[in-house]
Design a protein around this ligand. Structure first.
Ligand code: FUB
Length: 362
């Protein structure tokens, strides 16, 4: 079968699947026709699930199985705006599989916004960790004053259901938590996202609702981090900025928007080095920078993932049985930027520890 016939066949399968999908009934009316340009593109990987829309995949290996903690995109009809109001998610579904390429299980609703007492709207990109014989789900959501904070919920099982704490993590703000366990057993949370993620409104850990997006020569907003207490529900230290520097030791400016941090922090360790990766948002790259300890500074190295279809680019990196995997998303199923689908592909390192850049389309 040639590539074009394959594309038609996969479109038919996807359409048939979506027609059978109860959860996102507005999918059909929201789906745009595939453009001529898209017809030419062959995706590197296929969506892991197609019965629901999923995004922002944070993957972890728990008990020899891969668990994916994604956002659950839904077509709520919320009008699109520059603050991302159309990303109006209400719950989380955890996915799992034996290994990349294996059958994917959707474990159903793991946490719903109605069960989070302090939540207002928009459950965005979550992450998870295991400690104290407990699974912790970390999630950003706007509080009732419309300010993003980060909450935590617990479960005895990696797939949930999760029970949320009654209040957000004290001192937390903005979006996209990534919780990283270092080799000494300490856990750190990396977080933040500018523009709709509100990070530009936080200076010295104080909120200013009138703060504007930065411009031009201004030093770009820096991502944040804090070590977690052993209870995994609080910060053990004040939130700090993380420096991402170029090879000359200089911080990026806002106009360096193909390199500066925007959102979607992820931390992993490879051969003793700390790899801090992130999305550049409006230029749509997943970039990385490396450092010698969990606090940085991190020196910019390059691009992990080139832009994908859709506005957002968001990822996680996980090792299983000696191979490394990049989880990411695009909008293959819907063509709509707020109705995404998670995917996985292998990630490879060069001998010198640099990461081989991935193109999501052949
Ligand atoms: O899914 C909502 C937001 O879009 C995430 O928090 C960002 O990282 C971007 O993917």
């Amino acid at each position: 079968m040639d590539k074009f016939s394959l594309k038609i066949l996969s479109t038919l399968i996807v359409t048939a699947t979506l027609l059978g999908c109860n959860d996102d009934k507005k999918v059909e009316e929201d789906t745009k026709p595939v453009t001529q340009e898209e017809k030419k593109k062959e995706p590197l990987s296929q969506p892991l699930v197609s019965a629901i829309y999923t995004a922002d995949p944070s993957a972890h290996v728990f008990n020899g199985r891969i668990y994916i903690y994604p956002s659950h995109d839904t077509a709520t009809g919320t009008p699109e705006d520059d603050l991302g109001s159309h990303f109006n998610m209400m719950d989380y579904h955890i996915l799992s599989m034996d290994a990349p390429g294996g059958q994917v299980t959707d474990h159903g609703v793991a946490l719903h916004i109605k069960d989070i007492p302090w939540a207002g709207r928009q459950l965005w990109a979550p992450d998870a960790a295991f400690a104290n014989n407990t699974y912790y789900l970390y999630f950003p959501v706007k509080n009732k004053q419309d300010v993003f904070q980060i909450g935590v919920a617990t479960s005895s099982r990696p797939e949930g259901p999760f029970t949320p704490e009654k209040t957000p993590i004290a001192g937390s703000y903005s979006i996209d938590p990534c919780v990283f366990k270092d080799d000494d057993g300490r856990f750190y949370m990396y977080f933040g996202g500018i523009w709709g993620g509100q990070l530009q409104r936080w200076t010295n850990n104080k909120y200013d609702s009138s703060a504007k997006n930065l411009e031009g020569d201004q030093t770009a907003v820096l991502p944040r981090m804090a070590r977690l207490s052993t209870d995994m529900k609080s910060f053990a230290e004040p939130v700090k900025e993380i420096k991402i520097i170029d090879k000359d030791g200089k911080l990026f400016r806002e106009k360096d928007n193909d390199k500066r941090f925007f959102e979607a922090a992820w931390m992993h360790k490879y051969k003793g080095k700390y790899y801090f990766s992130y999305s550049t948002g409006d230029t749509h790259y997943i970039n990385y920078a490396t450092g010698d300890n969990a606090y940085g500074p991190f020196t910019y190295q390059g691009v992990i993932l080139n832009p994908v279809d859709g506005w957002t680019n968001h990822h996680s990196i996980v090792e299983m049985d000696g191979k490394w995997w990049l989880f990411y998303h695009d909008v293959q199923l819907s063509g709509k930027t707020h109705l995404r689908n998670v995917k996985v592909t292998e990630l490879k390192y060069n001998e010198d520890g640099s990461i081989q850049t991935i193109n999501a389309y052949k």
